[in-house]
Design a protein around this ligand. Structure first.
Ligand code: TRP
Length: 362
């Protein structure tokens, strides 16, 4: 399998390859609580590392933390919503929450001016997180470019026990920006275990599959600094990526490929009406052969976001498969569901603005 470089992800990710060749474990073995997260139930969160530690902490009501980062660039869309829902689910199940705005990574790796990255982190990400249900109370939020001394000390200490060849093997061609980003991310993930932030305890990092190289490096670093800091190697969950609405990659640089959580219902409806489906060339053919929900972006919207009830989702799946459900009517229903969601969500987002500013310390 080709190795994945977290900064230049193109085309489809080989999820099975991550499980077979990189020692990631399949997620389906876990049923954690009576209300498993939709993404876990449905295999969207398909892999993990050391999740057993987290499941035990959740079941036993023991202390654990959830830490993840966001790379602020562009608009917050339904692809980003997955991590937000995961963060909130862990928070609801007892985790201390650590959220990092990777403004430094956006600046060095994505050419986003620092001020713009910071603004996007608050206005797009934090406001949407809060509107989706994040409770500010036990959230520790920071920007990579202005965090406490202990955090930078940790990052710079990590440089001592990491070799150039090792980084090359993980990330391919190196640049100073890549090296700093990788070590900063390791500090993001490990510093919640510093004594002043709660000490050694299980930490889960929910991320997209492209972040696994960072997770592997960070877990290795954790064991190399075991004697000094008593780190517990961080656990992680990995989710699949939503495809773009027209097939291919969902990308911030192509506004037709995603629905932003700030799109108007009309804008969203247009994108939905133009989306790729698993429909056949003609109505006749579709009635005869049935549709292919596995290839349909409307079905993907239901599965990932819009329909939480597994039975209701399975009904739609079978209606489509047997040709009873046609794409036109289905798109209309989807557009209506999205419109209702956006209207409510945008009201909550407008009310979250002051809280977001406060969380960001502005
Ligand atoms: N690299 C992550 C991304 O591209 C962002 C990030 C920064 C992160 N620090 C992190 C993710 C710590 C998880 C944990 O989205």
């Amino acid at each position: 399998m080709e190795k994945i470089d977290p900064w230049t992800l193109q085309g489809a990710v080989d999820y099975q390859g991550l499980l077979d060749e990189f020692g990631m474990e399949p997620m389906q073995a876990y049923s954690v609580t009576h209300d498993d997260l939709r993404y876990i139930r449905r295999g969207v969160v398909f892999g993990h590392r050391d999740f057993g530690r987290i499941a035990n902490a959740m079941k036993g009501g023991k202390p654990y933390a959830m830490m993840t980062g966001l790379m602020p660039s562009g608009k917050f869309h339904f692809g980003h919503k997955m991590v937000a829902d995961e963060i909130i689910w862990f928070q609801e199940h007892g985790a201390d929450v650590f959220i990092c705005a990777a403004d430094l990574e956006s600046y060095t790796m994505r050419d986003v001016p620092l001020a713009a990255a910071r603004e996007t982190a608050v206005k797009e990400y934090l406001e949407n997180y809060l509107a989706l249900g994040l409770a500010p109370k036990n959230v520790n939020f920071w920007f990579q470019t202005d965090y406490r001394t202990e955090y930078y000390r940790l990052r710079d200490m990590f440089a001592k026990k990491v070799t150039f060849n090792e980084l090359k093997a993980i990330y391919g061609e190196l640049s100073p920006g890549k090296i700093f980003s990788a070590l900063t991310q390791a500090a993001d993930i490990l510093h919640p275990q510093l004594p002043e932030l709660g000490g050694p305890r299980p930490v889960v990092v929910p991320v997209g599959a492209d972040q696994d190289p960072h997770i592997r490096l960070t877990r290795d670093i954790a064991s190399r600094f075991e004697a000094e800091f008593h780190f517990i190697p961080p656990s992680a969950t990995f989710h699949k990526f939503m495809e773009g609405l027209q097939g291919g990659k969902m990308s911030s640089s192509d506004s037709k490929s995603y629905i932003a959580l700030t799109d108007t219902p009309d804008e969203a409806a247009k994108k939905i009406m133009g989306a790729k489906t698993g429909g056949r060339a003609t109505v006749e053919e579709q009635k005869k052969k049935g549709g292919v929900p596995e290839e349909c972006m409307i079905y993907a919207m239901y599965l990932y976001h819009l329909i939480d009830d597994d039975l209701a989702l399975s009904d739609i799946y079978h209606e489509c498969k047997k040709g009873a459900l046609l794409c036109g009517e289905d798109k209309k229903r989807c557009a209506e569901m999205v419109a209702r969601f956006l209207e409510e969500h945008q009201k909550r987002k407008a009310k979250a603005s002051a809280k977001a500013e406060k969380l960001a310390g502005r």
